[in-house]
Design a binder for this molecule. Sequence first.
Ligand code: AMP
Ligand code: GLY
Length: 430
Amino acid sequence: MNVLILGSGGREHAFAYKISQSKKLENLYIAPGNAGTAHCGTNVNMAATDFEAIKAFVWEKGIDMVVVGPEDPLVKGIYDFFKGDEVLKDVAIIGPSKAGAQLEGSKDFSKEFMQRHNIPTARYQTFTKDTLAEGLKFLETLSPPYVLKADGLAAGKGVVIPNTIEEARKELTEMLANAKFGNASAKVVIEEFLKGIELSVFVLTDGKNYKILPAAKDYKRIGEGDTGLNTGGMGAVSPVPFADAAFLKKVEERVAIPTLKGLQKENIVYKGFIFIGLMNCNGDPQVIEYNCRMGDPETEVVLPRIKTDLLELFEAVAEEKLDRIKLEVDERTATTVVMVSGGYPEDYEKNKEVKGLDATKDSIVFHAGTKADGGKVLTSGGRVFAVTSFGNTIEEAVAKSFKNAEIISYDKKYYRKDIGKDLMKILAGK
Ligand code: AMP
Ligand code: GLY
């Protein structure tokens, strides 16, 4: 099979790494990719949202399957673009239709969808500029902290959680009246704050059948002890100790199956990943959000644990034969530690030379924001690497990730040294 992966982060390197091991693979291309993906296949200088360029490339190279990493091309309708093209309609696209991607593309849509299908989620209401006054009133009915979500995609920044009513009122006004997130905050969802521990569960579906993939916990804040600004993710652990079989069964029965049935009932074509962001509220799952793609950095711990040939899985998704595949999962724990550029998630510098990559061992170093420059590797983004390791325990795995994060060097590198610590405490009963 000739495969094209769209995207350029650690998630896409993890896809490329797994796909490059498939016995079904002939040629692998990654657009635009990074210095790491270049070792798994051929990088192509093409944006993941440039549909016309992608179309020409797919045609020229005889691509059989496009694996879509980020949400942007999905929300913009890459699935429909391919399926509506006489020449390209038989190319397999791993990712949902534009309608399916609305689960991520519109918070209002996803909340309404959950309500329609009785999927447990926080109480909420949606407001626009015209109903700002009602929104301010609705805030009074909630207790702090307040959760305000811009309806559309806002580069991961659209959720604001003020602690006081004054801040919440100000924030709501800025989002609706002053278009703080542009068109993305033309509608704002206000919802109840959920208390609990967060985790992510991933479902791969062919539209009829599904596989629940290993669950993972992400570390979103920049600072140790979950402090400071939200980021795209500073580390991940899989499996999640507090997500035992009983909890995961609840997730399957109360969330995954109703979600898939809901999509079918609404005739929404979905052949790809559903990322379910959940809160474990005293043993009961509540949905925080859906994403229409895999998580980053969760992919960097989930995919290494999957032993089944990834292209076999994807082929089964395209052919609606996922029920015929057995999903084999490595029982060991995988951890990943994300190495970032100092200053991230705010301003940071790029083009720092990376050293020490050849000296790492016992980890898989997934590249995120890197680029090749002759024989050198330079930093090119906020998140630079995700260092993934296996162990029989979280301690054992994460110790390897930390050791290698220490060996890799570049100016102003930073990573959290407490990835997995909270879970170790839970396991120790503290
Ligand atoms: P989202 O983009 O919807 O994932 O929201 C970003 C983050 O805000 C989530 O990962 C949660 O940590 C937090 N969050 C979102 N909604 C809620 C909620 N209803 N209660 C508590 N925390 C939330
Ligand atoms: N790690 C969270 C996300 O991918 O959205």
